[in-house]
Design a binder for this molecule. Structure first.
Ligand SMILES: Cc1cc2nc3c(=O)[nH]c(=O)nc-3n(C[C@H](O)[C@H](O)[C@H](O)COP(=O)(O)O)c2cc1C
Length: 512
């Protein structure tokens, strides 16, 4: 029988199905086929969209493969090059090895439910309950269209949907959020539960924001997020001091800010209005986007569209984005009681059901958006974030890309969880950084993660193999998760928190 990585192409699966080895046949029939969403090998596999070459299932192999496929420049940007920059990333992964899992075989019920109720809570918005088909989601990442080979934002979003996994749209993307949402909802898998696997309801999508220096533009982006029916706003606070700093230069990975990641600004009505006021040009030719600027400036849309100048618009976009990101995580302003970029202020913008941007004054249906703050690494920050009125904390050190020798998020998760839950048991605690396998997901959940983000495995799978790669990597994690959970006697991950089921123990604690 073929050893891993298994050949998952149509021919590979056919070979396994016809294998003389009965174990290989049964494994393929019961596991690989449903895992890949193929109900019938013949019909489903003749569809080209379903056919893709395998990506390595072992994350170390996938990483090594991607390393050999992309430039040093790009690999350095991932924050994984062999330098101090890679150190925290490696430690995040290694930190999981301290946790051990107790197998529990004596259980008659071998069913397993992937479904996860994600609960968030704030004073202003109350309790939000979202049903996710699985306990994992794709962590936000920007600049996908600069990573080469098959890396593309829409491919990644669709691959995640194919696997029935919640996707997070990044702020720094080539395509605007409306376009990516259309691609997700236009995905055949999204509406067809027989094609989606595993889990039940279709996944929702979320948006991660980096603030600009212009509050009107921030409001406009948040308004668009609400309008597009995205379910959660994630505010990333751990990028305020410049992306990666000196080590990125060392790794030849200074991407700074390219026009290919300014898609959300170029297609923003308020941005174009402001851009015209400042530079006498706009960053798009899309009539619906220019309509707002046209109304306020009393210049016909067609005339405005003729001022399109990507280079100047980009210079303006870069300026406001950099300035905003540099101070977005500040919480104090000597001049004003309500500093525009404080977390509390952002929560108010997200939560309000009123129009917050004049560009959208005619919209009647609106709703409050729950806000989760990403990049929290200490109990003190978690408490401050909770006090500021948001709906949840997202424990993460950005995959170890920024701070050298950083403490690993998995090691601070439990303390943060215990502290914030004391004040509000329904306050959300999310997690990412270092998750490379299904057992890492189990460990993260056991330490208090209610929703587990996957970063580089998805990024690399997309680089290596686009949509199909993303789908494979996520499904391989989910499939293994189901089997590992069953071997631990679990029918759902929620049981990890039941008193008499101490499945995962920390070695130091087990010695005492
Ligand atoms: C190349 C790359 C780009 C990223 N871009 C963003 C981003 O734009 N916004 C953000 O909030 N996080 C970003 N992240 C961080 C991820 O959301 C996530 O926190 C991290 O990848 C998790 O760690 P892992 O890669 O070990 O799973 C990025 C991470 C990587 C590796």
């Amino acid at each position: 029988m073929k050893k891993f990585p298994v050949d998952l192409t149509e021919n590979g699966i056919r070979t396994l199905l016809n294998s003389t080895d009965s174990y290989a046949r049964r494994f393929t029939e019961t596991s690989l086929r449903p895992l890949l969403g193929y109900r019938e090998i013949k019909g489903a596999l003749s569809d080209k969209q379903n056919e893709f070459p395998p990506v390595p299932w072992d994350m170390e192999k996938l990483r090594a493969k991607v390393k050999s496929e992309v430039s040093k420049h790009v690999f350095g940007w991932y924050g994984e090059a062999e330098s101090a920059a890679g150190d925290s990333t490696r430690k995040n992964v290694e930190a999981f090895s301290k946790y051990r899992i107790t197998p529990r075989y004596l259980r008659s019920d071998k069913s397993f439910s992937y479904s996860q109720t994600v609960v968030l809570s704030s004073k202003e918005l109350g309790v939000t309950r979202l049903t996710s088909p699985t306990p994992i989601f794709v962590a936000p990442y920007g600049a996908a269209n600069l990573y080469g080979k098959n890396s593309d934002e829409i491919s990644c979003a669709q691959g995640a949907t194919d696997a029935n996994v919640v996707y997070t749209l990044g702020h720094l993307t080539k395509y605007n959020l409306e376009k990516i949402c259309r691609a997700v909802e236009g995905n055949a898998y999204y509406f067809n539960p027989r094609l989606r696997s595993p889990g039940g309801a279709p996944p929702f999508s979320m948006f991660q924001i980096y603030l600009t220096d212009d509050d009107d533009i921030n409001r406009s982006i948040i308004e668009r997020v609400k309008r597009t029916n995205l379910s959660v706003l994630i505010f990333t606070i751990d990028a305020g001091a410049g992306h990666g700093g000196i080590q990125m230069m060392d790794d030849y990975a200074d991407f700074t800010y390219a026009s290919k990641i300014a898609g959300n600004l170029f297609e923003d009505p308020m941005f174009n209005y402001k851009c015209f006021l400042k530079n006498r040009c706009v960053g798009t030719r899309t009539p619906s986007v220019l309509a707002y600027a046209s109304r306020r400036l009393r210049i016909p849309v067609a005339k405005l569209a003729r001022t399109f100048d990507l280079k100047s618009a980009f210079t303006y976009a870069r300026e406001i984005q950099f300035k905003g990101m540099a101070k977005q995580n500040s919480d104090k302003n000597p001049k004003s009681k309500m500093y525009p970029w404080s977390v509390a202020y952002l929560a108010r913008l997200a939560h309000t059901r009123q129009t917050i941007s004049p560009a959208y004054s005619k919209i009647t249906h609106r709703r409050g958006l729950p806000l989760v703050v990403k990049g929290v690494m200490s109990v003190e920050d978690a408490v401050a974030v909770q006090k500021s009125g948001v709906d949840g904390v997202y424990v993460s050190n950005h995959g170890g890309r920024f701070v050298f020798n950083s403490v690993s998020p998995i090691d601070v998760l439990r303390q943060i969880h215990q502290k914030v839950k004391k004040s509000d048991p329904r306050f959300g605690v999310w997690f990412d950084s270092g998750v490379r396998s299904a057992t890492d997901v189990l460990i993260a959940v056991s330490q208090g993660a209610e929703f587990v983000g996957i970063g580089r495995p998805v990024i690399y799978a997309c680089v290596d193999n686009g949509r199909g790669g993303v789908r494979q990597v996520l499904q391989s994690i989910l499939y293994t998760l189901r089997d590992q959970a069953r071997l631990c006697g679990l029918t759902s991950l929620a049981q990890l928190h039941e008193k008499n089921r101490p499945v995962i123990v920390h070695p130091e604690k087990s010695r005492s």
